[in-house]
Design a protein around this ligand. Structure first.
Ligand code: SAM
Length: 276
């Protein structure tokens, strides 16, 4: 595979720095630079953009983001073994790569953004993908400090993020994502594209923050969706008993005999508002 940037092939980097993949860190690396460029392009025009990347690993996606013209990439990596490989990329692109060693779950991304408008792009470690997305979706104030999220998940999680009411995949994640963003599936990535291959297909999801989501408290929305989808096969008058039951539903103008997966995002927001 000819390199896009004159840097050594990723296989060579991995072997030189001994980056054998650790399952505990969700390490499934992408070595095909055409594919990492496709992910970078799914984030939109990166010319002059500041990009935040979680989990750069040996740097395949990082290199694509820089080759696509990102003015700066801020990359947060937990595995110190990857740092020398990332510094090599930083030397190739002077002043354009900030490497932050740390746990993405503990990092305040808005502080890293330092007032710049940023795009978040990541091949997320599968074990922290959902909590990270939820934390970005619950960012306050809203509109947030980021202009977009372009993220790789296991396909089943990606389907839950973009699911519409009435589908089996529709749940808490779909309501939260649909409330605050416009979310779409960009493309699937087969398991064989990764080293080592994970058990399932992955998908890239692109989310753009809504400028003015429906007014509703994030905490209340979390409560009603958790209760409603916690017992998704039951009628709402039953599943929502602990948070207000039939009176809450009637107050919000929703038939208590309906089930969670039939409610639109707007109806969930009405319930969250009725919760007071
Ligand atoms: N971006 C690389 C690629 O596409 O080939 C690696 C992606 S791999 C799926 C996930 C990366 O996230 C690994 O490099 C792993 O070390 C890193 N990682 C895992 N947990 C992390 C955490 N809590 N904070 C930051 N990085 C983490």
């Amino acid at each position: 595979m000819p390199a896009i940037d004159g840097l050594p092939p990723l296989r060579e980097t991995i072997s030189r720095y001994g980056l054998n993949a650790k399952k505990s860190l969700g390490q499934n690396f992408l070595l095909d630079l055409n594919l990492t460029q496709k992910i970078a392009r799914a984030a939109g025009n990166l010319e002059d953009a500041v990009v935040l990347e979680v989990g750069p690993g040996p740097g395949g996606l990082t290199r694509a983001l820089l080759a696509c013209g990102a003015r700066k990439v801020i990359a947060v990596e937990r595995d110190e073994r990857c740092l020398p490989a990332l510094h090599e990329i930083g030397e190739h692109y002077p002043d354009r790569l900030d490497i932050v060693e740390g746990d993405a779950l503990e990092v305040d991304f808005s502080v890293l953004a330092a007032g710049e408008r940023i795009r978040i792009v990541s091949n997320l470690p599968y074990n922290i993908g959902t909590p990270l997305l939820v934390s970005w979706l619950l960012t306050e104030p809203w509109p947030p400090y980021f202009d977009s999220l372009t993220l790789m998940f296991q396909k089943e999680v990606a389907q839950r993020i973009v699911a519409a009411p009435g589908s089996g995949a529709y749940g808490r994640l779909s309501v939260l994502a649909g409330w605050r963003t416009e979310a779409g599936l960009a493309f699937d990535v087969p398991r064989q594209a990764f080293t080592p291959p994970p058990k399932v297909t992955s998908s890239v999801v692109h989310l753009t923050p809504r400028a003015a989501p429906l007014a509703c408290s994030a905490a209340n929305l979390a409560r009603v969706t958790q209760a409603a989808f916690g017992q998704r096969r039951k009628m709402l008058r039953q599943s929502l008993k602990a948070v207000g039951g039939e009176p809450l539903l009637v107050g919000a103008g929703i038939d208590p005999q309906r089930r969670a997966e039939t409610l639109t995002v707007a109806e969930f927001c009405r319930l969250a508002q009725a919760l007071g």
